[in-house]
Design a protein around this ligand. Structure first.
Ligand code: APR
Ligand code: ZN
Length: 248
């Protein structure tokens, strides 16, 4: 169990393992995404410059898949915890799916972007927008009014993740850090636990996942198992201590 005291601020980082029980493949597992596609082919600015249609084929296949999945009990458990903790709760996900939101989470920082958002490839004034366009054979990639091609609003390798300022502030503040279903190999997310531990004060760090992550040394406790099974019975919220006159 993870005890959460009334004043504890909780930082939760989720990775692909969080959505595995919903039927979405992870990246580095046995049938992981990077076993079928190479990162440099489909998830980097160079890949986009070299073959934008192949990039859109990759993300179109993922959009198609994402339309068919539902949250698992792990997503609902985090949405319930958010209800209980309010602004003491911070959820940062590396996942681009919308399963946290579908389970009721409201405060979600998607540091790697969102699968159902696109944006212009140029830095024109058009902001990212909701989009579930998919490349059908023969189709042309849509263009922005400025003439730039429309690209997935995903943080590719070599690009800067989104929301880093508020993530850093939440890491500074937290007293409980939990990572769920992430192999701990991709930066900067893999170092969040280290940042949390390095700041002043004391923070308790936990990992929940199917196998030990690469950054295992930074966790006080590692709880091995599927997040959909472990998360629903993991949190023990402690009631505020009553002082003498309140006890009556
Ligand atoms: N419950 C919990 N954890 C699980 C489950 C499960 N049911 N199934 C698998 N896992 C664990 C695996 O043991 C693995 O440690 O989830 C982790 C998934 O690791 P990765 O596939 O590397 O995914 P992730 O860590 O999220 O990747 C980080 O890399 O390619 C980029 O942008 C991509 O956001 C992604 C980033
Ligand atoms: Zn544009």
């Amino acid at each position: 169990m993870i005890p959460i005291a009334p004043q504890d601020r909780v930082f939760i980082l989720t990775g692909a393992g969080m959505s595995a029980e919903s039927g979405l493949p992870t990246f580095r597992g046995t049938n992981g995404i990077w076993r079928t596609y190479r990162v440099e082919q489909v998830a980097s600015p160079i890949a986009w410059a070299r073959d934008p249609k192949l990039v859109w084929q990759f993300y179109s296949e993922r959009r198609r898949r994402h339309h068919t999945v539902q949250p698992n009990p792990g997503h609902y458990a985090l949405a319930r915890l958010e209800e209980e903790l309010g602004d003491r709760f911070f959820l940062c996900t590396q996942n681009v799916d919308r399963l946290h939101e579908m389970a009721g989470s409201r405060r979600v920082t998607h540091m790697h972007g969102k699968i159902f958002q696109s944006r212009c490839e140029r830095d024109c004034e058009r902001p990212p927008f909701d989009d579930d366009w998919m490349l059908e054979n023969g189709a042309e990639i849509p263009l922005c009014a400025c003439g730039g091609k429309i690209r997935p609003h995903i943080c590719w390798f070599g690009e800067t993740p989104f929301g880093m300022e508020r993530i850093a502030a939440a890491l500074e503040d937290c007293m409980v850090f939990l990572a769920v279903g992430t192999s701990g190999v991709v930066e900067p997310a893999a170092s969040f636990v280290r940042y949390a531990r390095a700041r002043r004060g004391y923070v308790r760090t936990y990992y929940v996942g199917a196998e030990e992550p690469l950054n295992r040394a930074f966790f006080d406790e590692v709880l091995l198992g599927p997040s959909g099974e472990l998360l629903p019975r993991l949190f023990a919220l402690q009631a505020p201590r009553m002082n003498a006159d309140e006890r009556g």
